[in-house]
Design a protein around this ligand. Structure first.
Ligand code: EAX
Length: 322
């Protein structure tokens, strides 16, 4: 009997050491540079999990599109070739259609409405949909309200958009939005400075932080504060990798991405007015009060093209924000 007990203790000892001496490497992909909020969030996540796991989890951040564009990063996450990404909601809509609900234009007027949706049952419900695409939706963080820039003319009402060649994210909904606004939408992966400088495209739309951090003021004369879409980012994971983790590290992933997301949102919002001031200093011609009603009138009918679970969540958001 004694021998059996000692053998059991020996096996347990070996197992416990093996399980907790195993190291885990997280290759995390983003398309933006270390100057951006995408990177700051990823680095905060890296600091948290490496510290809390005593180095058992190691995070390698592959920035500036070094492991591909956002669509490619999502495909690599599905296969388990990458373990995490900080991805813009737009390109996710081909993988997780439910996310179209929060990418719909003019549904959020302020950050309170955004947080109530993304941190509440609607946001959780959308994140839970990621597993159907063999992904994990850990937590929403923030890109910001998107604004239109172009190199051709001032844009005050939606009529001014007609015929402009506007780069859009590789997103079914974003293409539909800019077509409805009368533009000639051109889906392209990020970054796009060269294409703007060569006038391959006339304009693009992004939060002020991105416009500033990528020096788009050098190649875009006009900025219209349309705030037409609230653009979220998502900490996305590989389900294959997540399932391979011990339970305690699975919880750590959710806790760490939540902490890093809240940190990044606060940082992003604190600097919102700074970026507008800087873009004025850089000489952009800024329309701070475009005719939003004229834009909204063109895109509201798109609601009828949002189907299934995305429509369910969209209707809930519209009721919640009434
Ligand atoms: O800011 O591709 C895009 O326009 C996204 O906003 C991305 O996060 C770069």
């Amino acid at each position: 009997m004694k021998k059996v007990v000692w053998f059991a203790i020996f096996v347990l000892f070996i197992f416990s050491n093996t399980a907790f001496s195993k190291t885990y490497t997280i290759n995390l992909g983003i398309v933006t540079t270390p100057k951006t909020f995408h990177y700051k969030a990823a680095f905060k996540f890296k600091q948290i999990v490496e510290k809390q796991s005593n180095g058992q989890i190691k995070v390698i951040i592959h920035h500036s599109g070094s492991v591909g564009n956002e669509t490619s990063i999502l495909q690599q996450l599905q296969m388990g070739a990458l373990q995490m990404g900080v991805i813009t909601a737009g390109p996710i809509d081909k993988f997780v259609p439910a996310i179209k609900a929060i990418e719909f234009p003019f549904i959020f007027s302020n950050y309170r409405q955004v947080d109530k949706t993304l941190d509440g049952k609607i946001g959780k419900g959308i994140l839970n949909q990621f597993t159907k695409a063999n992904l994990i939706g850990y937590h929403f963080l923030e890109n910001g309200f998107r604004n239109l820039t172009n190199s051709v003319k001032p844009v005050h009402t939606v009529k001014d958009v007609k015929g402009l060649k506007i780069r859009v994210m590789k997103s079914q909904l974003q293409i539909a939005i800019w077509r409805a606004l009368g533009a000639n939408p051109t889906p392209m992966p990020w970054p796009i400075y060269t294409q703007l400088s060569q006038h391959v495209i006339d304009g693009q739309e992004n939060p002020l932080a991105v416009i500033y951090q990528y020096k788009l003021y050098e190649v875009q004369k006009y900025l219209s504060l349309t705030r037409h879409v609230y653009s979220s980012l998502v900490f996305v994971g590989s389900k294959k990798f997540y399932d391979s983790l011990p339970k305690k590290y699975q919880k750590m992933m959710f806790d760490a991405t939540k902490e890093a997301s809240i940190y990044e949102r606060n940082l992003n919002r604190k600097q919102a007015t700074f970026f507008l001031k800087e873009l004025k200093k850089k000489g952009m011609i800024i329309d701070e009060h475009p005719n939003i009603a004229s834009f909204r009138a063109k895109v509201t009918p798109l609601k009828n093209r949002v189907k299934g679970i995305a429509r369910k969540y969209l209707d809930e958001i519209l009721i919640q924000n009434q």
